[in-house]
Design a binder for this molecule. Structure first.
Ligand SMILES: Cc1cc2nc3c(=O)[nH]c(=O)nc-3n(C[C@H](O)[C@H](O)[C@H](O)COP(=O)(O)OP(=O)(O)OC[C@H]3O[C@@H](n4cnc5c(N)ncnc54)[C@H](O)[C@@H]3O)c2cc1C
Length: 493
């Protein structure tokens, strides 16, 4: 008889774990509390419009270890069109004007040098650092299964990049910009405004731009929900069972061995192995009552910074609006939207590059801004509704400023708050990518196992500062690899 694996959570990490467990001969059941698979990688349909909540860029659309995972899990196939935007973001500031981030580093370098010729040496250095990071590839196997040759191969590949890792591995973006000795005030202003917040890691900044340049972090036509549905279909086609609207309350442990889960409706599900692909905090501190904590987990959950949650206001517009740029950041710091005073401006997205988001002749526009969890956690009832109404009005006024007369064409407005995310996915404090990658945690990952607990693995965004879809899916695969190792089975992918 096959051994049985129970997976908590049907987000991208849970679906990936399920697919790899099925491929390796386990009987796998996923329990998802929502009525849809995909977790945060989702979208919702309103009045004929689709409001996407996640996907902008997916690392691994062209090559590397993530790419093979996307192919195995059904995320990528020959019918899926990948879009690589020429302009990653346009930044707009009332005083300083416009600033463009091109995805192609060579084009960006030319643009920056035209803007700040006095800094050409520093700009060339920055762009060359970005290009060098392309050699940095994630490990294909979990730490527990890496051989000496895995480390050696990876070391040999990154030799030309080693100096970047050593020099900038522990630096913040602001320290990196200072080290470049830039002098052009406008350039410094824009770089710091976009990347200088919150101790953000210099290495992540360099790598991100490197991925865009390689066209290895594209957008998949159709967006987030079809991506998740493809994974769920793949899982089911391999014989896995996906239960929706089934919340897990507790992980059942007997003599230090995970034995199954207790569902919210009282049902007990037995298992040989349990994988939690649900929110990290809920797994460790609620489903396992905080009984199995490593020192690293105590430190991470009490000191590592989190992503600030976001509010998304989506507009269905009965008119074609073509802005030419999909993604803009408007640096209106100090501006209020509802109770939130903007710290990092707001983004304005135009989804007209993806025809699946709106009927012909119509457009989806989205305003998104960061809003601290402290503003939301105690907001309930009429106060919560009033805040949503205020946000709707304020966001519409901003849109009207950008596109005068647009209000007359608005058919639908939808406000998703940090509470919406928490309600649907349980993500801790609305931190949509988990731990913020900072100079102190960027080289760290949280172990997939817990001390004193056997036959249990964690996967998902909370194991890797920076989170995101690729590490979520990869850790799902790794959980299946670790179970295979325990069962002395050769892992099949
Ligand atoms: C607005 C936004 C934009 C983003 N943009 C990008 C992007 O462009 N590129 C990128 O790579 N990443 C992006 N991300 C991040 C990415 O969506 C997440 O990092 C990733 O989806 C996390 O996957 P996960 O499986 O680890 O967790 P989740 O998606 O949080 O999935 C956890 C699942 O577990 C379920 N669950 C929780 N508790 C229980 C329980 N007790 N019982 C049963 N089920 C439970 C939840 O309902 C959920 O389905 C974005 C996220 C957001 C919100």
């Amino acid at each position: 008889m096959n051994k049985k694996v129970v997976i908590i959570g049907g987000g991208v990490s849970g679906l990936s774990a399920g697919i790899y467990c099925q491929l390796n001969g386990f009987d796998t059941e996923i329990f998802e509390m929502n009525n849809l698979p995909g977790g945060q990688c989702t979208a919702w349909d309103r009045k004929g419009y689709r409001f996407d909540y996640c996907l902008h860029w997916l690392v691994g659309t062209a090559s590397g270890p993530f790419h093979s995972i996307w192919k195995t899990t059904g995320v990528l196939n020959e019918n899926i069109k990948v879009i690589n935007q020429a302009i990653h973001t346009k930044i707009v500031d009332e005083k300083e004007g416009e600033f463009i981030i091109y995805s192609d580093i060579i084009r960006w370098e030319k643009y920056l040098i035209e803007m700040a010729p006095e800094d050409s040496v520093a700009i060339k250095k920055m762009c060359s650092d970005m290009q060098k990071t392309s050699r940095l590839q994630p490990f294909a196997n979990p730490a527990e299964l890496r051989s000496v040759s895995d480390y050696l191969t990876s070391f040999l590949k990154i030799i030309p990049t080693l100096s970047i890792l050593i020099k900038y591995g522990k630096k913040t973006c602001n320290e990196y910009f200072k080290g470049l000795k830039l002098t052009n005030k406008r350039l410094i202003f824009f770089l710091q405004s976009i990347f200088g917040e919150n101790d953000f890691s210099a290495l992540v900044f360099l790598m991100m731009l490197g991925w865009f340049h390689q066209k290895n972090a594209g957008y998949l036509l159709g967006g987030s929900l079809p991506l998740s549905i493809r994974m769920a279909e793949k899982f089911k086609s391999l014989g896995g069972t996906l239960y929706l609207v089934k919340k897990v309350d507790k992980i059942i442990v007997n003599n230090g061995i995970a034995k199954g889960v207790l569902l919210h409706d009282g049902e007990i599900i037995d298992a040989d192995y349990v994988i939690s692909a649900a929110d990290g905090y809920a797994t460790i501190f609620k489903m396992l009552e905080g009984k199995y904590q490593s020192e690293q987990i105590k430190t991470a959950y009490s000191t590592w910074p989190l992503f600030t949650p976001i509010v998304q206001v989506s507009f269905g517009i009965d008119k074609e609006i073509n802005s030419g740029v999909a993604n803009q950041t408007i640096l209106s710091n100090g501006l209020r939207i509802g109770k939130t005073v903007l710290k990092n401006g707001y983004s304005l997205m135009n989804y007209s590059f993806d025809a699946t988001m709106a009927p012909k002749g119509k457009t989806v526009l989205v305003i998104r801004f960061e809003s601290p969890w402290s503003l939301w956690e105690d907001l309930i009832g009429e106060d919560y509704k009033a805040e949503k109404r205020q946000i709707e009005n304020d966001a519409l006024a901003l849109l009207e400023e950008k596109y005068p007369g647009v209000s007359a064409f608005v058919e639908k407005i939808d406000v998703a708050t940090p509470k919406t995310t928490v309600r649907y996915t349980g993500v801790w404090k609305g931190a949509y990518e988990g731990f913020l990658p900072s100079s102190t945690n960027i080289s760290k990952t949280i172990k997939m196992t817990l001390p004193g607990l056997d036959n249990f693995y964690m996967c998902g965004q909370w194991l890797f500062p920076g989170g995101g879809l690729p590490p979520a899916a990869q850790s799902g695969k790794w959980a299946a690899q670790l179970i295979c190792k325990k069962e002395r089975k050769e892992f099949v992918e």
